[in-house]
Design a protein around this ligand. Structure first.
Ligand SMILES: C[S@@+](CC[C@H](N)C(=O)[O-])C[C@H]1O[C@@H](n2cnc3c(N)ncnc32)[C@H](O)[C@@H]1O
Length: 383
């Protein structure tokens, strides 16, 4: 496909998303109908779609409309590329711009310029004060690719050598001792020997750093109460070099966990009904995901005040429920990938009000400025 034909394909996928289709589904449907497209075409179209999803409001303002075509026009204006080289009307390219389109569009302002819904920008300004615009701006750009070196199987240097043999370049990241930032060859990771033999896992650097904040000791009993796909379960199992119980309200989310654990030489037991006491209960609770909207940008347009209020309730419910699983001298680690105060510090404050026999020893925020996703962790113990 020509570069212009890829933009045309992105415009049609964006129209499906505007009509309410989830991005991944719209991309898959397009790919099924377009067997002529190769893997490089699909990757380029995906990148265009996700770049525009991160900048959904500003591209519409700059392009003068909410169609896929207008957003592509807005995106090209945003990046300083000449729209006339894309809107050529030749072959499978988008039709040439009309005079009206050439004159349409305006510079985005306010929440539109930082690509947040109005109500969320107000919360950002309130919660993050001086950092609000920096955070919002970071969410408008692609995230780096990070790997966690599985210390059960390799050290950083060995993992880097193995990756290099498959054409993947990486560099250690200062935020976390297990993290490598991929600087070249990211698309080759899934096929690489290092990945397939469990030397490395794909995991954001802040997500790894959260595991480093947990109080651990040899031989401890650990439970990951919201294990999901098990990214943190595996990191925790590697950190303690011991077994971890994994639970999730939706056990289907843990389907791939045994295979991932085997590849990593990690000991993970899935459990429907965890039985305490545990020395550490990790609760990586469901949240807005606002710290990882660079990777999952649809989240920032789908979140509503009502759904956020529902998340607050679930988070408080989980915290209350797991207190009974924590050993008398044990710890409860509350984690979100959110930058919103209401899901982080406020949630801890109201927990401590409901449970005066608990204290919070340590709260850590990992900002987007450090290069990774935005994360929050709090370590709670009984007084
Ligand atoms: C943020 S995700 C976990 C991600 C995972 N820890 C990781 O690192 O890949 C939150 C998980 O909490 C689960 N969940 C939602 N409500 C829950 C509840 N009441 N009890 C336990 N798990 C719950 C969801 O199914 C989801 O898998």
């Amino acid at each position: 496909m020509t570069p212009a034909a890829r933009w045309a394909a992105a415009a049609s996928v964006l129209d499906q998303i505007e009509a309410g289709e989830p991005a991944e589904k719209a991309l898959t449907t397009w790919a099924r109908k377009s067997r002529f497209a190769g893997s490089k075409d699909r990757a380029a179209i995906r990148d265009h779609v996700y770049d525009i999803l991160r900048c959904w409001r500003s591209t519409a303002a700059l392009g003068g409309g909410e169609t896929g075509r207008a957003r592509v026009l807005g995106r090209l204006r945003q990046t300083g590329d000449d729209p006339e080289t894309v809107f050529t009307g030749e072959g499978y390219a988008l039709a040439a711009c009309t005079d009206t389109e050439r004159q349409a569009g305006q510079n985005p302002v306010g929440a539109e310029a930082v690509d947040l819904p109005d109500w969320l920008y107000a919360i950002f300004l309130n919660d993050l004060s001086g950092d609000a615009d920096v955070m919002a701006e970071a969410l408008r750009h692609r995230a780096s690719v990070f790997l966690r070196v599985n210390l059960l199987k390799a050290d950083l240097a060995r993992a880097q050598d193995a990756l290099r043999n498959d054409g993947i370049e990486s560099t250690p990241h200062p935020l976390c001792a297990t993290a490598l930032e991929v600087t070249d060859g990211a698309r080759r990771i899934a096929q690489s020997t290092a990945y397939r033999t469990g030397l490395v896992e794909l995991q954001d650097v802040s997500s790894q750093a959260v595991i480093e904040t947990l109080p651990v000791f040899k031989g401890m009993r650990c439970l990951d109460y919201c294990a999901g796909g098990g990214g943190k379960t595996l990191a925790l199992a590697a950190r303690i070099d011991g077994p971890v119980d994994a639970h999730d309200a939706d056990p289907r989310r843990m389907t791939d966990l045994p295979e991932r654990a085997e590849r990593a030489d990690a000991r993970v037991m899935r459990t429907d009904k965890p039985k305490g006491p545990y020395d550490l209960v990790l609760c990586d609770v469901p949240c807005s995901g606002s710290g990882s909207w660079r990777r999952a940008p649809e989240g920032k347009w789908r979140l509503t005040p009502d759904s956020l209020a529902g998340l607050h309730q679930t988070q408080a419910h989980i915290l209350d429920k797991v207190t009974g699983l924590v050993a008398p001298n044990g710890s409860l680690a509350y984690v979100t990938c959110s930058v919103l105060k209401s899901e982080n510090e406020d949630q801890i404050e109201s927990f401590l009000t409901r449970h005066p026999d608990w204290t919070c020893g340590q709260q850590t925020r990992f900002g987007l400025q450090s290069g990774g996703d935005g994360f929050f962790s709090a370590i709670l113990t009984r007084s």
